[in-house]
Ligand binder design. Structure first.
Ligand SMILES: *Cc1c(COP(=O)(O)O)cnc(C)c1O
Length: 374
């Protein structure tokens, strides 16, 4: 029986050739390739600038610094995210202020955002989770009204659009990530995009040891980091970016197979929904297990025995132990996020997954779920 993993990168001969070319060139860092990746990426997103970084997490850290966020500041963000988004607020000594999510998109609920604004609020860190945008119209309105910066964690939603506009073009800066399970990969890696010359200059300096704008080798003008992306990763990124629209189309096709296969089982499984105005790029395919007696950990173990990868995705950040201890969060603080977390099950989705694989995943899951009915 063939094993179906939950995620898998799609690497072809083009990627292997491009990385090999860099290896043979002798210039493995700070060469022309990452610059070409930045130019192509900015164009794809529709942003003025792009800056390669060593990971999405590194990009989020720099986005916080560039926004001038520091000790004593509050940043409003989503508890339903990968931990790195909220951690980036902690990296600069600020306080994450979580507000609950919209039950359709699983992203920040704008109505709750406005209520959470205080005198200390400096920014809103929106997270476009799973492959679709936050409701950016009202978010931008709140930000303008209260003079808040907006930063986008777009690490899971490359290529997604909101009312015809790509994610990554709304905030002061936006961060993308290229870990191997994302829609495109560079191994480890990330990208920060911005419309602002000031932010781009800061990104370039902060990611490269705080060097001066003219990159004089030993002129360090501020506290910086080594968050650079190497040239091999950038070469991989260029080839993946060329294929990205095809990759996204394939993910959407796989999602439509799942949706059709689950349609007969509406009482057992809720498929992901797309909020009005959004196009979804399916970083993951997460269903909600609706039957109250179902033991999710058992389901995951039983799926694994049948050769199918699955995962709880995502746990709510406020319930991680160090967040509870540092900020006093408790179960019940963000009930929608918690309910989605408790029922969520991520199923395999990757370029190359076959229609017959999807049928096997759905048939197996439904068979297992029905064993709980009695
Ligand atoms: C993947 C991801 C990140 C971090 O990306 P890394 O490249 O793994 O550091 C940040 N936020 C979200 C929501 C993510 O899914």
């Amino acid at each position: 029986m063939k094993h179906i993993p939950i995620a898998k990168p799609s690497i072809g001969p083009e990627e292997i050739r491009a990385v090999t070319r860099v290896l043979k060139s002798g210039q493995l860092s700070l060469g022309p390739v990452h610059k070409e990746f930045e130019t192509r990426f900015a164009k794809y997103i529709g942003a003025k600038h792009a800056c390669t970084v060593s990971s999405g997490t590194a990009g989020l850290h720099l986005a916080m610094i560039a926004a001038g966020i520091g000790a004593g500041d509050e940043v409003i963000t989503s508890p339903f995210s990968f931990v790195a988004s909220s951690n980036s607020i902690l990296f600069v000594g600020a306080k994450p202020v979580f507000v609950d999510i919209d039950p359709v998109s699983y992203n920040l609920d704008p109505a709750k955002v406005e209520k959470a604004v205080t005198k200390k609020t400096k920014a809103i860190l929106v997270v476009h989770i799973f492959g679709q945008s936050t409701d950016m119209g009202p978010i931008m309105k709140i930000a303008r009204k209260h003079k808040l910066k907006v930063i986008e964690d777009a690490c899971e939603s490359i290529g997604a659009s909101y009312k015809g506009k790509r994610v990554g073009t709304f905030g002061e800066s936006a961060v993308f990530a290229f870990y191997p399970n994302k829609q495109m990969t560079t191994g480890e890696g990330g990208m920060v995009v911005t419309q602002a010359d000031r932010v781009q200059a800061l990104m370039k300096s902060l990611s490269n040891q705080g060097r001066n704008a003219d990159m004089q080798w030993l002129d360090h003008v501020r506290l910086g980091y080594n968050y650079r992306m190497d040239e091999m990763s950038a070469a991989l990124g260029i080839e993946q970016l060329k294929k990205l629209d095809r990759f996204i189309a394939e993910r959407r096709r796989i999602a439509s197979w799942y949706e059709r296969a689950f349609a007969k089982h509406a009482g057992l499984v809720q498929v992901p929904l797309t909020a009005p105005g959004n196009t979804h790029t399916y970083f993951v395919y997460v269903v909600q297990l609706l039957h109250p007696n179902v033991k999710r950990d058992e389901i995951i173990a039983r799926l694994k025995k049948e050769g199918i990868g699955s995962k709880t995705y995502l746990p709510s950040i406020h319930l991680f132990r160090f967040y509870r201890e540092q900020f006093g969060f408790r179960r019940g603080d963000f009930p929608i996020s918690e309910q989605i977390s408790d029922r969520a099950l991520a199923l395999p989705i990757f370029v190359g997954l076959k229609k017959t694989d999807v049928a096997r995943v759905v048939d197996t899951l439904i068979r297992l779920l029905k064993t709980y009915d009695a």
